[in-house]
Each structure stands twice: as C-alpha cells, then as structure tokens.
Design a protein. Structure first.
Length: 446
C-alpha cells in the first residue's frame, strides 16, 4: 500500500435508526483520519461494530460476529477492530476481556473522541471511552461533507432517556435525556437539503420530549417541525420514536395542519394491561393511550399508526395478555414490532419472577398473527387510492423505481430513472406481502 492509499473502514450497524445516524457520523469523523468506507470487512483496515443492547440476543450476537473476524485479524495483524454503540457502553472493558483482539471500545456519547482514539490504536495501544461527557458530541464532530446524497436522511435531535421503563437498558446505555440546540439542527437540515435530501426523519429515543435551546427560549418538537417546514426544498418531515406521555397538543395539531409532516406515527404502548403498564413504569393507562389515539386521529384521520409491544413481561397473566390483544383490536395498527420480554441485567424487571418461555412464545405468536392481519388489511385498503411517492432507488425490475408513500409503505412503480429523488402521484394497483405496486399519474413539483 502506498502512503497515499486511503485506509478502509467497514462499519456494521445493529439496532435502531439512531445507530444508523451515528454510523454515518463516525464514518465522517474517521474520514478526517484518512478513512474511506468499504462495504466488506475483507479489505478493511478498521472494522467497527455499532451495537445494540436492547435484547439479550442482540448483545450476544456481537461476540459471535467478533469471533468471525479472527481469521481476518490473523491474516492482517494491522487490522483494527472496534466496538461502538450500546453494548460498548454497557459492557466496556468486559468486551476486550472476552475478545482480546478488540482494539477500541467507544460508547455512544464519545464518538467525537474517535480521531484521538484512532491515533492511539494506530500506535498499537488499546482505546476505551465510555464516558458521558458534558459537551454535545455532534458539535465537536466535523461539519458534514458536501457530497450529494440520497433523498432521505435521519437527523438526531434528542438522545437518552429519563423514563426508566422497568425492562429497558436505554437510560443506562445512552444516558440522560439531552436535546440538541435548535439552530444546529436547522443548519444541519438545510445542509442536508442542499445535498439532495427531500425527507428528514428527526430521531430521538424520546423524540417528542425534545426541548432544545432556541434563540428566544425553549423549542419543542412541534416548534422545530414548524421551523423545518419553512425550509425550501425540504418536502417531508417525520419523527421517531415518541412516548405517549409526551404527545402535546401542539404536536397533535401539527399532524392536522403541517403539510410537510407525514401521516405516520410510531407510538409504542408495550402492553394493553393497566397492571403491566404500571409494573413497566410506563406511567399511563390503556384507556389514556386509546384516548390519545382518538385525539390524534381527530387531527389527522388517515394517519397510519405503528407500535411496539412486549409479551411475557414478569407477572403477565393470561388476562393481561388478552388486554393487550383487545387494545390492538381497538387501535388497528398499520405497522408494529413485537418482542418477547428479554431480561436485561441491571434493569428493575430483571429481579422479578420470569414467565414460562413457552407461554411467552405462544403469546408472541398470537399477537404477531393479529398485528400481521391488521397490517395486511390496512395495506390492502390502499389499493385504488392515490398516494404521493418519494422515489428512493431503482427497483429489482428494469425501469422500476421504489419509493415510500406518505404512510411509509414501500411502493414499486415503473418510472424513468431520473425521477429518483422526486415525489410523484401514484395510483396503487396491487398489495403484496411487504409492499405496494402502482402506476405513475403525474409529477409533483420537485
Ligand atoms: N424509546 C422507545 C423505544 C426504545 S427501545 C419507547 O419508549 O417506546 C425499542 C423497543 O424495544 C421498545 O419499544 C420495546 O418494545 C422493545 N424493548 C425494549 N427493551 C426490551 C426488553 N428488555 N425486552 C424486549 N423488548 C424490549
Ligand atoms: Fe426505554 Fe422506556 Fe426510555 Fe423508551 S421510554 S427508551 S422504552 S426507558
Ligand atoms: Fe439498541 Fe441502543 Fe438503539 S440499545 S435500540 S442501539 S439506543
């Protein structure tokens, strides 16, 4: 390798969208150190795993993944291996103990320190940083490069969580709730739009708890959305993930009045049983959640709702589970994620008596069957309707593009390749298992 050859960085991302955003930012910051991205570990000079600790399986997967790099490291002793993300935060030094070939462990709040850490590992030393520093890491990371990019982007506005649901590791791995100042978010958004982005998804572990500093006082998520609404060239705004207790009136209203805010809301409830909601420390009842959904649908009747559910939480009885099924029947979700409760060390629920795994499996199957039916019904109801599709990439078939409707359904359409990045009216003609197909009607102003 000549001196000028760039070093290659391979990042593998697990977990939530926030990790996807962080991985982009880490690649940018390591760009300063001469790294370019590669999409295979085989020719990499550095491999970074950006990890998730939310469930046991996710965390354990990291160790088997690391095991697979042993051969690569043996063949190329200069290869550096790093672990970032929530497993890095939760397990720190333990990772290097279990997998001595790991050179670098960095927690989610320390990514701005990656350049110094890289220098350290280049000298053959180990680097570990799992602090929760005071400064905004994104402010200390290099300005985002000016290269053209795809039509959709994530933008983290808030991180961390103070809610301490009894099952959840996020407050421990991501730290306390912190909101980025509004002007930095707006600058980043304008920059993304200049680079071709048409749709921005605002991210936060509790994105609707956002309360960033603004020029004349505190800015809420609804305020931020209205300010983004004024950016010419930005056509769509989304946000995720929200907590039911932080859905304020202004945010609900925005769903009815802000044209750029898309009619899709991910609003996890976890359980439909008041007893379990209380044991989970969710701080609302099933009825309050259903009333909230009614108010949101009052503002935006066609909104597509998405949720998260946990079955088999410690103490969940058959009746509790039936209450969850009843809540799902009442709400009707267009999209949902459901999980079997996974014991996480250090969380309050880990100390409680656990449910029989077979019972939890049966419940998960029943719940998933119901959610799948609802999702299919709502998708089928799209047939014959006209939607607006933002084309993101080429489809599998020649002459085909794939994009997302307002409701986040994937839509396959025969359309000219140069319509990528544009929004068009599309008539939906077909609904298949995971996507829709439609025909092009006319182009809407790009
Ligand atoms: N901040 C979001 C969710 C973050 S984690 C919220 O409050 O809703 C994403 C999802 O993972 C959660 O909604 C929950 O359904 C699931 N999850 C979190 N901890 C879990 C655990 N210990 N076992 C199983 N699922 C879990
Ligand atoms: Fe976890 Fe609850 Fe915070 Fe969501 S609100 S990140 S589930 S502690
Ligand atoms: Fe996983 Fe951390 Fe996201 S635990 S879900 S990567 S915040």
């Amino acid at each position: 390798m000549s001196k000028q050859d760039p070093k290659k960085l391979f990042i593998k991302t697990y977990g939530c969208q926030m990790n996807v955003y962080d991985s982009e930012r880490m690649a940018e910051v390591l760009g300063e150190k001469g790294y370019v991205s590669t999409d295979t570990p085989d020719d990499a000079d550095m491999i970074l795993l950006n990890t998730c600790h939310i469930r046991e399986k996710a965390a354990e997967k990291i160790y088997s993944e690391l095991g697979r790099f042993k051969g690569l490291k043996a063949a190329k002793p200069d290869l550096k291996i790093g672990v970032a993300g929530c497993v890095a935060q939760a397990e720190g030094q333990e990772i290097m103990r279990r997998q001595p070939m790991v050179d670098l462990v960095v927690g989610p709040q320390s990514y701005h320190r990656l350049p110094q850490m890289e220098e350290q590992v280049a000298k053959g030393r180990k680097a570990l940083d799992t602090d929760f520093p005071e400064e905004d890491k994104f402010e200390h990371m290099k300005a985002r490069p000016k290269a053209q990019r795809g039509p959709t982007a994530f933008l983290t506005v808030q991180e961390g969580c103070d809610k301490f649901c009894a099952f959840c590791v996020v407050p421990y791995t991501r730290g306390a709730e912190v909101s980025r100042p509004a002007d930095r978010i707006l600058t980043e958004a304008r920059d993304l739009v200049d680079r071709g982005v048409r749709e921005i998804t605002l991210l936060g572990q509790n994105v609707n708890a956002y309360h960033g500093a603004g020029p004349t006082g505190e800015v809420t998520l609804a305020d931020l959305i209205w300010q983004l609404n004024d950016i010419d060239g930005l056509q769509r705004i989304r946000f995720t993930t929200s907590h039911p207790n932080d859905m304020d009136d202004a945010l609900i209203d925005a769903h009815g009045t802000c044209d750029k805010l898309m009619p899709y809301l991910h609003l996890p409830v976890q359980s439909g049983s008041d007893r379990i909601l209380k044991a989970m420390n969710r701080k609302h009842t099933a009825e309050e959640y259903i009333n909230l959904i009614d108010r949101i649908r009052g503002a935006r009747p066609d909104i597509l709702l998405s949720g998260d559910f946990i079955v088999g939480f410690p103490g969940e009885t058959d009746q509790d589970f039936e209450d969850t099924m009843a809540l799902v029947e009442a709400v009707k979700y267009g999209q949902a994620y459901s999980f079997k409760y996974s014991t996480r060390p250090g969380t309050p629920a880990a100390e409680r008596a656990q449910i029989d795994p077979d019972v939890a499996n049966d419940r998960l199957q029943r719940l998933q069957a119901l959610l799948k039916d609802q999702q299919r019904d709502i998708q089928n109801q799209m047939v014959g309707r006209e939607v607006a599709v933002l084309f993101e990439k080429a489809g599998r078939l020649p002459g085909q593009l794939i994009g997302k409707s307002e409701y986040l359904h994937a839509v396959h359409v025969h359309a000219p390749a140069d319509m990528q990045g544009q929004i068009a009216r599309v008539q939906i003609t077909e609904s298949s298992s995971n996507s829709l197909a439609g025909t092009l009607l006319q182009t809407v102003a790009a």
